[in-house]
Write a protein that binds this ligand. Sequence first.
Ligand code: ZN
Length: 151
Amino acid sequence: MTEQYGDLRELYQEVIFDHNRHPRNFHAIPDASHTADGHNPLCGDQLTIYAQLKNGIIEDVSFVGHGCAISKASASLMTEAVKGKTVAEAEALFHDMHIMLTEARPEGRDFGKLEVLSGVREFPARVKCATLAWHTLHNAITEARDTARTE
Ligand code: ZN
């Protein structure tokens, strides 16, 4: 492991710790147009995603719940990443995130801050923690009613 890689890892961990300790958009939206529950029984992560959609755009998005640092940080980063995006853009980002977290980094996509979760790929058991919020958002904005499970 090179020195530079170690520094990057540390920075990534700091961002994850920060989002776990101070999650962004961590509240309910009582009159949200779309909502879904997510559950990762392997780790005990449980969350609810709220989305306010207008003309195909995610005007507001938030979450509540409890779980491990990865699941909470991932949900927090996700809300920041998809707010203001169209449903189609959010779905495309979900698709690419899933590839980044399970296979390899897709070419030609700038993940911005979401990049900090890329290290999860080395820990298959934690992938489900990182993808839970995304699966749940997908269910919320596509109006699937079932609880998302990353079992
Ligand atoms: Zn977890």
